[in-house]
Design a protein around this ligand. Structure first.
Ligand code: GUN
Length: 291
């Protein structure tokens, strides 16, 4: 099959975690979601994460705040969750409203509870190739897809479009690590890159994480390349009940005949992000309960 079924891989991971969580005696792993405001995409993402946690047997706690809360109130909530021994993982849903400092919120989370992997300590652990840290869920999910689909990165030219900490930069660091699931040659492109098409056409594995609907067109892809589409963009579509449809950063119709493998949107990388978050939560629980 050319299309990679991320939904199925994520569902396998959820099943594996459900089995491992069932054997835990006493309190189950617990994750707290901090959401500020009512951004529809954030509401929907947090609802999905909440549902998956419950399915696995991870206890979710939802801390929802009005859009207008102050940094002090947000900080106080994070401090309280850090201090609560029954909470194993904390996630502050991004984006926060612009009057709040997002990176400072991420850095306030106890690094041992930072299941998103956005804390400076966990970002540093990725750089140092220290497996005790938490890796940002979307890049970790792409590595997991490659492992489970028998896609080796070794010696391949991986081209990443996008340099965010959440995806592009962290995936580039993972792909270039000195290890069996990595060892790629990596090029990172971004909004100021010149001759983008010339570079993307050299990719054995092309990762699109720019957040621009269908920006990657067929002529940017080498014959037989593996295409990983990280974008989840809402574009207006009057024919849909919700009034929008989801498209990736890749023009799927153009890319599909050229690529050897491709992740669809929806149903590709998206479900993997949630599955890896749950994996990190169980890992946090285990590290915190080590005798
Ligand atoms: N917003 C979009 N993706 C993510 C994610 O992986 N974690 C958090 N906290 N917010 C997000």
């Amino acid at each position: 099959m050319k299309a990679i079924d991320g939904k199925k891989i994520a569902s396998d991971i959820v099943d594996e975690l459900t089995v491992s969580t069932a054997s835990i005696q006493g309190p189950k792993p617990c994750i707290a979601f901090v959401r500020v405001g009512e951004d529809p995409a954030s509401v929907s993402y947090v609802r999905g994460k909440n549902r998956t946690a419950e399915k696995i047997g991870i206890t979710p706690i939802l801390c929802a705040f009005e859009n207008s809360i102050s940094q002090e109130t947000l900080n106080a909530k994070i401090d309280a969750l850090n201090a609560d021994p029954s909470v194993n993982g904390i996630l502050v849903q991004s984006p926060l409203p612009s009057h709040l400092d997002e990176q400072s919120a991420f850095n306030r989370i106890d690094p041992t509870k930072d299941v998103d992997g956005f804390h400076v300590v966990n970002a540093g652990r990725v750089v140092q190739e220290d497996a005790n840290g938490f890796v940002s869920c979307t890049p970790a999910g792409i590595i997991e897809i490659c492992q489970r689909e028998g896609i080796s990165l070794e010696g391949k030219h991986v081209v990443v479009i996008g340099r965010s900490l959440i995806v592009g930069k962290t995936f580039a660091l993972l792909a270039m690590q000195n290890g069996p699931q990595a060892n790629a040659t990596v090029t990172v492109c971004h909004s100021r890159t010149r001759n983008l098409k010339e570079i993307t056409r050299q990719a054995d594995i092309l990762v699109a994480a720019i957040g621009r609907p269908e920006m990657v067109t067929g002529d940017m892809i080498k014959d037989g390349a593996i295409v990983i589409d990280v974008g989840i963009n809402r574009v207006g579509d009057a024919s849909k009940k919700k009034g929008y449809k989801l498209v990736g950063d890749v023009n799927f119709a153009e890319a599909e005949p050229i690529a050897s493998r491709i992740t669809p949107v929806p149903g590709g990388v998206g479900p993997m992000t949630v599955a890896m978050l749950m994996k990190n939560t169980v890992k946090a629980y285990e590290l915190q309960n080590q005798k």
